[in-house]
Write a protein that binds this ligand. Structure first.
Ligand code: CP3
Length: 345
C-alpha cells in the first residue's frame, strides 16, 4: 500500500500515471447510493451505520474506478457528539442547534472520545479496509473554521457574519470555540488513522471567505496545531488541506506541515506552483462533467500537463461532484486522466 500512486504523489514521488479520486464521489449522482440511502433513513443515520457506510464508501471504486476511497461520513458527525443537534432540512441544508453564542455555550460542549462515542466511524474504516486491499482509504474532518462557521450561524451562511463578528468582536468566544474544535478534530483524525485510513483530508472548505490577514491571525494557528500534532503522532500519514476560493491563502498555507494543497478550478496551477512547493490536488470544474467528452479531454490534458510540474499531483474535481452528474461522465473522466497521464510520461 505504501507504494500506491495516490500515496506516492502525496509524498512527491514519481508515479506511472496521475492518480484520481473525486470529492463527494459517494453521493447522490449514483443510483446505488440513493438506493442504499433510502434503506438507512436519514443521511445522518447512514453515517452512523457501519455496514451501509462501508458499502457506500466502496461504491465509486466499482462504479467509476477511482484510485482511492474516501470514508463515507460528514463533517458534522463529530459535531453531533460535541452536544449539538444536526439535522438536514430539505431546501434549507444543515440546521445545527442550539446555536453557540457565548463562552458559556462553548463550555457546555465536549470533546468526544472517538473510540467510545464515534466507534461507528472507526468500525466503518475497519470494514472498508478489510474489503479494499489494493487502494488507499482517505479519512477526513472539517477544519475548525469551517465547523465554527456552521456552529455559530446554526447552519449555512452566505456572508459568514456570525463567525467574522465573533473573531473581531468577541475574541474570548472565538478562541474558546476554535480551541475546543482543534482538540476535537485532532483526536478524531488521529483515531481514524489508528483505525486504518491511509491518508487524511482536512476540509477548510470556506476559509476563502476570509482576507489573508484575518485567516492568518484567527484561523491558521489552529489548523497548524492540528497538523503538527498529527505529524508528530503519525509521521507517515499524508495530509491534504483543501478549501474553495482560497488562492490568496496558498502562500500562507504553504507553511503548514501538510503534504498536499487542494485547489479549486479558479486557481491556475502555474499560479499555485509559484506559491507552494507541496504536492497539489485538483482541479477540474465540477460543471465540466456536463460538457462534451472532447471538452473534458481537453481540460484534463491541460491539468495533467500542468500537474507534471508539481512535486506530486493527485487529480480531482475542484469541489464536490454535482448530484445531477451522469455517472458515465465520471467514469469517462477517470479513464481519461489515466490514459492521458500515461501518454504524457
Ligand atoms: O467526498 C465524499 O464522498 C465523502 C463524504 C463527504 C460528504 N460530505 C457526504 C455528504 C464529505 C467529505 C463531506 C464533507 C462536507 N460536508 C463538507 C466539506 C466539503 C465541501 O463540500 O467542501 C461540508 C461543508 C459538509 C456539510 C454538508 N453535508 C452539506 C452542506 C451538505 C449538503 C446538503 C444538501 O442538501 O445538499 C451535506 C450532505 C452530504 N454530505 C451529502 C453527502 C453524500 C448529501 C446527503 C444526501 O442527501 O444524501
Amino acid at each position: 500500500m505504501k507504494n500506491h500512486p495516490v500515496l506516492k504523489a502525496a509524498r512527491g514521488e514519481k508515479t506511472d500515471y496521475t492518480p484520481v479520486w473525486i470529492m463527494r464521489q459517494a453521493g447522490r449522482y449514483s443510483a446505488k447510493y440513493r438506493e442504499i440511502r433510502s434503506k438507512a433513513g436519514s443521511f445522518m443515520e447512514l453515517c452512523r451505520n457501519p455496514e451501509l457506510a462501508a458499502q457506500v464508501t466502496l461504491l465509486p471504486i466499482e462504479e467509476i474506478g477511482v484510485d482511492a476511497a474516501i470514508l463515507f461520513s460528514d463533517i458534522f458527525v463529530p459535531v453531533e457528539k460535541m452536544g449539538i443537534n444536526v439535522e438536514f432540512v430539505s431546501g434549507k441544508g444543515p440546521v445545527l442547534s442550539p446555536v453557540v453564542k457565548t463562552v458559556a455555550d462553548v463550555e457546555k460542549l465536549s470533546v468526544p472520545v472517538p473510540e467510545r462515542e464515534l466507534d461507528y466511524v472507526l468500525e466503518t474504516i475497519v470494514k472498508v479496509k478489510k474489503r479494499l486491499s489494493d487502494r488507499p482509504l482517505i479519512g477526513f474532518s472539517g477544519a475548525p473554521f469551517t465547523l465554527a462557521s456552521y456552529i455559530l450561524e446554526g447552519g449555512s451562511t452566505k456572508d459568514y457574519r456570525a463567525a467574522k463578528t465573533a473573531m473581531w468582536n468577541d475574541l474570548d468566544l472565538w478562541r474558546a470555540l476554535m480551541d475546543i474544535l482543534t482538540r476535537v478534530v485532532t483526536e478524531y483524525l488521529s483515531a481514524q488513522i489508528n483505525a486504518g485510513v491511509d491518508l487524511v483530508q482536512i476540509f477548510d472548505s470556506w476559509m476563502g471567505v476570509l482576507s489573508a490577514e484575518d485567516y492568518e491571525r484567527f484561523v491558521f494557528p489552529y489548523t497548524e496545531r492540528i497538523v503538527d500534532v498529527l505529524k508528530e503522532r503519525h509521521p507517515d500519514t499524508p495530509i491534504i488541506h483543501f478549501g474553495v476560493n482560497s488562492s490568496h491563502l496558498i502562500g500562507i498555507n504553504n507553511r503548514l506541515n501538510v503534504d498536499v494543497i487542494g485547489l479549486d478550478w479558479r486557481t491556475e496551477i502555474p499560479f499555485a506552483l509559484e506559491r507552494t512547493n507541496k504536492s497539489i490536488q485538483g482541479n477540474l470544474d465540477p460543471v465540466a462533467l456536463f460538457a462534451d467528452d472532447s471538452v473534458i479531454e481537453e481540460k484534463v490534458r491541460k491539468i495533467v500537463t500542468e500537474g507534471l510540474n508539481a512535486r506530486g499531483h493527485i487529480f480531482n474535481l475542484g469541489h464536490g461532484i454535482l448530484p445531477q452528474t451522469d455517472p458515465e461522465k465520471a467514469r469517462f473522466l477517470v479513464k481519461t486522466v489515466h490514459r492521458i497521464s500515461k501518454e504524457m510520461r
